[in-house]
Design a protein around this ligand. Sequence first.
Ligand code: PAF
Length: 280
Amino acid sequence: MSTVVTTRTALLRARAAMDGTVAVVMTMGALHEGHLSLVHRARELADHVILTDFVNPLQFGPNEDFDAYPRDLASDVAQVEGLVDLVFAPSVEEMYPLMPPPVTVSAGRLGTVLEGARRPGHYDGVVTVVTKLLQLTRPHFAVFGQKDAQQLAIIRALVFSLDIPASIEAVPIAREDSGLARSSRNVYLSDEGRERALLLSRTIAAVSAAAPSASGILSALETARRSAPEGVEWDYAFAVDPGTFEEITPEHRGEVLVVLAARVEGVRLLDAAVAVATER
Ligand code: PAF
């Protein structure tokens, strides 16, 4: 049985008893295959794996789904049985004895563009909880998915900027057979919604087919933006420079990060991919 702890004191005690290397997988619960792929990578990397399971209120806006966010600790623990050493599942009061916390961490400029522009404060909330969880678990490795590509870039910038001695490991997006990127929020979609949501993964496929042409990538995204079927509302579909998160031009050469966000049946879905542009 994986041990479940709910207090910071118990976590620190259990962490101190771990010999060898430690990898952490941070989640907000509602585990699915995507999270399990992170856990499997963590097991390859380290002697011990800690899974954190905490729906972080600081990263939800006032009109977002914090209260409705799916929570099922018993199912989460059953899914990681035999795969992780420890599950840390604190309450909000345990993580934030003072609310709002008197000091938080800022995600900086990267936290204010794209997803951050649509969800003000979201990435500040993410980096605040990620910093706390890195302090509490002191991992050698912290494993994150590539679906929220902006979150991954910000967390890399966080450990670099604050000299946090953890190696950030990225795991490719886990997809359903249909191509839909796995997400805890997929449970909100009807069958029809799932079909509509395939616009995102089809756009990723169209962009991959257009690479390595920078203008091909841009026109695949333009076509996708114009061709959203009824019931799909694009938030953004951009090709950006992975260093600056600014939109690329047809002259761009090198890595391109494709970031997509769309709303289907009121559910906000993300997808992402990395391409390389070597020609116009
Ligand atoms: O990606 C997530 O699930 C969350 O943003 C994280 C990293 C667990 C922080 O709450």
